[in-house]
Design a protein around this ligand. Structure first.
Ligand SMILES: Nc1nc2c(c(=O)[nH]1)N[C@H]1C(S)=C(S)[C@@H](COP(=O)(O)OP(=O)(O)OC[C@H]3O[C@@H](n4cnc5c(=O)[nH]c(N)nc54)[C@H](O)[C@@H]3O)O[C@H]1N2
Ligand SMILES: Nc1nc2c(c(=O)[nH]1)N[C@H]1C(S)=C(S)[C@@H](COP(=O)(O)OP(=O)(O)OC[C@H]3O[C@@H](n4cnc5c(=O)[nH]c(N)nc54)[C@H](O)[C@@H]3O)O[C@H]1N2
Ligand SMILES: [Mo]
Length: 713
């Protein structure tokens, strides 16, 4: 018979008797838009289980599939335990452990040699998906003397941010709680943003109307959609322009808004002339009646708001302009900066608006050297709007050494499989003089590094976080960093000393840096340390709809720009169009028609799955068990036409590469479309997509639309 105490321990009941305590931390497995509060149940320095923190102001106790994997994630068997030095050839994966001091000395030598021979910009600093350390890392790179700081934002979120900045000067998010109709443009929800699903559930309960525009039948479609427009991937711009024409033709336009707050409307009406219902239906595959009905709902029920897709709308060679065309619907219907429409937001801290100001961008950017970063000139809109290099150009830059050599990389959590044309990125890594990466785990990328440094997870560190409603949270480590791992920021602060970087704030360390950024918020690190849970910043001020419009928009004209003056600067030099003109997602392909005949299907990679996030959960048993093998979702008819049955091995073929995966037959994916998730070591989707297929405005790769075919393997 188990004793009562054994039973309590087995049930993980906290208390003095069991020695189990609850520590309040957060999950950073996914995007900082969430980073839900996590209660870690800890005994003897080990996390026994995790739950959502019930009174966390953001997730209120909810966790998604990924968040529930935190314990297995941090205890993954392939956690790095010590710093490692490469002893084999690049890519071979042979390493020897070494001490931190030796590792730091090697870094000082390696980076020092490149800096001395080629100058500071020949050392590039890059961050993968992890974001929590970003302002400190960026300042570190600039204080080192290099302009070359870049991140995964080169392929995520930024295209939409840039699209809105060109159009209306600021990011704008749907104000769902005050809205009556939601245009869920590429709204997946259940898989990519579980907290957004909660918001939408409340919205439906209040009688809100939902239109979803998605090439897939998703749980969000099933549970919420009054109308589902099953669009062909990458044709979003055409649909938006077709809807715009209808709004104009039917007299549903908000004339006051157009007159008082916009410019370029005349040119825009000219642009949409080509998109009558028949043409729009032909391009998008959405029946005319549905386009009409969706437009009528959205334009006549007020107020209405539109989903701000962080990547799917933008992951096409034509994605940036598609995004802008969608944003124009807000102006036409007068749904920008009104309660229940899309509201402009302040970027409080690391992509998370919280309703108070922080000096993070200033802190990160104030030391930026005046020099042309990687990708400069190739993507001028990016250069205008983003103080980072465009990492899509990184491999080319390293390999061609143009316009100047980049010979060393210092990266935090870099994943080569993130890059379309991963093989080319690997070639670039192999050619470097010196390459250091940090990660929690053994990864494919580490194999090419000279030194690999072990870092810890969010549960093993102190971390600063903001949540909407004015909340700030300084977490306490639930357990000490495992093995010899460290926080990324502590590695940077150590290196400031070892490399002799002269910067007062970085020399002082984490608290001084955070206090600098917190200035104006009414909070300090000393104050935050006293609290175990998120606290409200005294400077929090709820946004009053209309304030931004009254000030005038942060665009060159001070208005909502149907025709962007910033883009117009590059009309001649780069052939960019100031209007949100539509091009086929394959217009960049030489001989589009010929290619379409050879590859009759469209491959969409990286549509989110509940159990996966990029490369980081494929090695976690619980997550993996939900989809044990790399599997593509293919339409039943397309499969039947190729003699493919459920679970068969298939080969996906594009003009760039071929990949063996399993087939899952479904009717949820429309005929002609193939969906496959990314980030697998054994089946890397980015070996199917060439590095050349990029959007000329944002630089974003065409992850979501590539011509392909598949066959039984
Ligand atoms: N084909 C295709 N490719 C895509 C996409 C797609 O849809 N299709 N999506 C793109 C998008 S939107 C994004 S955002 C990127 C994501 O890009 P990636 O950077 O590839 O994302 P991850 O694989 O999650 O993370 C990279 C590494 O960071 C490590 N890591 C985790 N936490 C930390 C930490 O705190 N510190 C450090 N140093 N390392 C850490 C992880 O273990 C992992 O090895 O992928 C892009 N690539
Ligand atoms: N579980 C999980 N959650 C994640 C991530 C993850 O990897 N896994 N990644 C995080 C990151 S980095 C990002 S950027 C976000 C992405 O967040 P989202 O953009 O929401 O991601 P998805 O679920 O891929 O896309 C939403 C919907 O868009 C549809 N879609 C695909 N192509 C098109 C298209 O061309 N047009 C239209 N209209 N719809 C299209 C998909 O079928 C999907 O249902 O998710 C974040 N959350
Ligand atoms: Mo992303």
């Amino acid at each position: 018979m188990a004793s009562n105490l054994d039973r309590l321990i087995k049930a993980k009941i906290p208390g003095d008797e069991t020695g189990i305590s609850i520590r309040h931390s957060l999950c950073d497995i996914c995007t900082p838009v969430h980073h839900c509060g996590v209660d870690a149940y800890v005994k003897d320095g080990r996390v026994l289980k995790v739950e959502g923190t019930p009174d966390n102001p953001y997730n209120q106790g909810f966790l998604c599939t990924k968040g529930l994997c935190n314990r297995q994630y941090m205890y993954r068997e392939d956690r790095l335990r010590t710093p490692l030095k490469r002893v084999g050839a690049r890519g071979e994966g042979r390493f020897e452990p070494l001490g931190w001091d030796q590792a730091y000395a090697e870094i000082a030598r390696g980076l020092g040699a490149v800096k001395e021979k080629y100058g500071p910009h020949a050392v590039a600093f890059f961050s993968g998906y992890a974001k929590w350390y970003r302002p400190i890392f960026q300042r570190f790179a600039f204080a080192f003397g290099s302009v070359n700081y870049g991140t995964d934002d080169s392929v995520c979120n930024n295209s939409g941010v840039m699209g809105l900045k060109c159009t209306v000067g600021r990011v704008a998010k749907p104000d769902l709680k005050n809205s009556r109709v939601f245009l869920g443009w590429a709204f997946g929800g259940y898989y990519s943003a579980h907290m957004a699903v909660r918001g939408l559930r409340g919205f439906k309960d209040r009688g809100g109307k939902v239109i979803i525009i998605d090439p897939k039948i998703t749980p969000a479609v099933k549970h919420f959609a009054d109308l589902h427009l099953m669009i062909k991937t990458g044709t979003d711009g055409a649909l938006a322009l077709g809807m715009a024409r209808l709004i104009i033709d039917q007299g549903w336009v908000d004339r006051d808004y157009i007159r008082n707050h916009t410019c370029g409307y005349e040119d825009f009406t000219g642009l949409v002339r080509d998109f009558d219902l028949e043409t729009t239906a032909g391009i998008t595959g959405v029946p005319q009646e549905l386009i009409y009905e969706a437009t009528r709902l959205f334009a006549t029920i007020k107020p209405g708001c539109i989903n701000d897709s962080s990547s799917t709308v933008a992951h096409h060679a034509n994605g940036f302009q598609n995004y802008r065309a969608i944003a124009c619907l807000l102006a036409l219907t007068g749904n920008f900066d009104v309660a229940g429409g899309n509201l402009p937001v302040l970027d409080t801290y690391i992509y998370r608006p919280a309703g108070f100001s922080m000096r993070a961008a200033h802190f990160a950017g104030e030391l930026r050297p005046d020099y042309r970063h990687i990708g400069a000139g190739r993507f001028p809109i990016w250069d205008e709007l983003v103080p980072e290099f465009q990492a899509v150009d990184l491999a080319r830059h390293i390999l061609e050494e143009k316009p100047y050599p980049v010979k060393a990389l210092f990266t935090l959590g870099m994943n080569v499989k993130m890059f379309a044309g991963t093989d080319r990125m690997i070639e670039a890594l192999k050619s470097l003089d010196f390459f250091v990466n940090t990660d929690l785990f053994e990864t494919d990328t580490n194999k090419y590094a000279d030194l690999v440094l072990p870092v810890c997870s969010s549960l093993e560190r102190v971390d600063f976080k903001v949540y909407p409603g004015g909340y700030a949270f300084l977490t306490k480590a639930a357990v000490e960093p495992l093995y010899e791992s460290k926080r990324d920021v502590d590695i940077l602060f150590d290196l400031v000393k070892v490399l002799g970087i002269k910067d007062e704030l970085l020399e002082k360390g984490y608290e001084a840096c955070m206090d600098y950024m917190l200035e104006g918020s009414g909070l300090t690190m000393a104050e935050l340390k006293k609290h175990d849970k998120p606290v409200k910043a005294p400077a929090f001020k709820p946004y009053v709809p209309g304030d931004y419009t009254r000030e005038g928009y942060a665009t060159p004209s001070g208005k909502f720009e149907f025709s962007s003056r910033l883009i117009a600067k590059y009309r001649q030099s780069h052939g960019l169009d100031p209007l949100p003109a539509y091009r086929s997602p394959f217009a960049d392909e030489p001989d589009e028609e010929g290619r379409r005949k050879k590859y009759p299907l469209v491959l969409t990679t990286g549509t989110r799955l509940p159990n996966a996030i990029h490369s980081r959960l494929h090695g976690v048993p619980w997550a993996r068990s939900l989809r044990p093998e790399p599997t593509a979702d293919v339409n039943r008819h397309d499969a039947a036409a190729r003699g493919v049955a459920e679970g068969d091995d298939i080969e996906i073929v594009t003009d760039y590469g071929r990949l063996k995966v399993k087939a899952h037959l479904t009717s949820k994916v429309g005929s002609g479309n193939v969906h496959f998730f990314h980030g697998y070591s054994e089946a890397n989707a980015n070996l199917l997509i060439g590095p050349h297929r990029v959007d000329p405005y944002s630089g974003f790769p065409a992850y979501k639309s590539n011509l392909c075919d598949f066959m039984k393997s």
